[in-house]
Design a binder for this molecule. Structure first.
Ligand SMILES: O=c1nc[nH]c2c1ncn2[C@H]1C[C@H](O)[C@@H](COP(=O)(O)OP(=O)(O)OP(=O)(O)O)O1
Ligand SMILES: [Mg+2]
Length: 247
């Protein structure tokens, strides 16, 4: 696509489009403390913020993103994780007619060259936790990568921008309450996700990347979404989308 800059409106309200209540809860938990101070050009009053921030001075004020959620059912295409993520986000923006945030969670098995990847939902539905383990029975390598890809579109016709977090773990027989997806069979540093509380699961001490151009380098979902929100709050770099093919 062309790297021509489309003007990127600054969102203050983010429609998070998901049909998954657990996913929404985790993103809300991650974003609960997001409050970023942003430089605002003196002549750029049309930011739609609507209310004066506190603690402002010298063209700076606090800006908050308000997260709302809507389910826009849409089928997900086949393709790479990134293609699936972009397509879902673009469709959601078209339906909503405004800015949207979407998220796709993939689970890659190294022994399977990355599959099931973005199709994990259907594998999980068909096979369950035990079946996911059985898939790897013939392989010594139980390595899996949990890949969460956030996509943001400023609205219909605006190319989605992606932020991705990758976590390396391994597939183990189910442990823990396991109410959310494949949490009970994904082990990270000795615990399955189901054995962790939410904060521990999404927690990561790595600071968000200082530069949005490092969008692929996020080490966890938490870092990825912090980077995304930071990006939204400071205005999306016009040429960011042209970098997405790299890496
Ligand atoms: O942190 C997670 N821990 C364990 N399981 C998870 C996680 N996050 C998503 N999942 C499950 C839900 C679905 O079976 C598949 C992803 O599919 P995915 O299309 O991204 O999610 P979804 O269809 O449930 O919701 P959405 O409406 O946002 O597309 O992995
Ligand atoms: Mg889905």
């Amino acid at each position: 696509m062309s790297s021509k800059a489309q003007p990127q409106p600054r969102p203050t309200t983010l429609n998070f489009i998901t049909g998954n209540a657990n996913k929404l809860a985790e993103v809300q938990a991650i974003l609960a403390d997001v409050e970023v101070s942003v430089d605002i050009d003196s002549d750029s009053g049309a930011d739609g913020d609507g209310k004066k921030g506190q603690g402002q001075g010298q063209g700076q004020r606090q800006r908050r993103l308000v997260l709302t959620s809507r389910d826009v059912p849409a089928h997900e295409i086949q393709g790479t994780i990134e293609e699936v993520a972009r397509d879902k986000c673009a469709r959601a923006a078209a339906v909503v007619g405004g800015p949207v945030l979407t998220e796709d969670t993939a689970l890659e098995f190294r022994a399977y060259g990355g599959l099931p990847g973005p199709y994990i939902k259907y594998f999980l539905q068909a096979l369950g936790h035990e079946g996911l383990n059985n898939m790897l029975a013939a392989y010594e390598d139980k390595t899996a990568f949990a890949v969460c890809t956030f996509a943001y579109s400023a609205g219909p016709g605006h190319e989605p921008i992606l932020f991705q977090g990758r976590t390396q773990g391994r597939i183990v027989p189910a442990r823990g309450p396991g109410v959310f997806g494949w949490d009970a069979v994904f082990e990270y540093e000795g615990k399955t996700y189901a054995e962790m509380d939410k904060t521990e699961k999404v927690g990561d001490t790595t600071p968000p990347p200082p530069n949005v151009a490092q969008w692929r380098a996020c080490s966890s979902p938490k870092v990825a979404i912090h980077a995304l929100v930071g990006c939204l709050l400071t205005i999306v770099e016009p040429d960011l989308t042209s970098r997405q093919g790299a890496g």
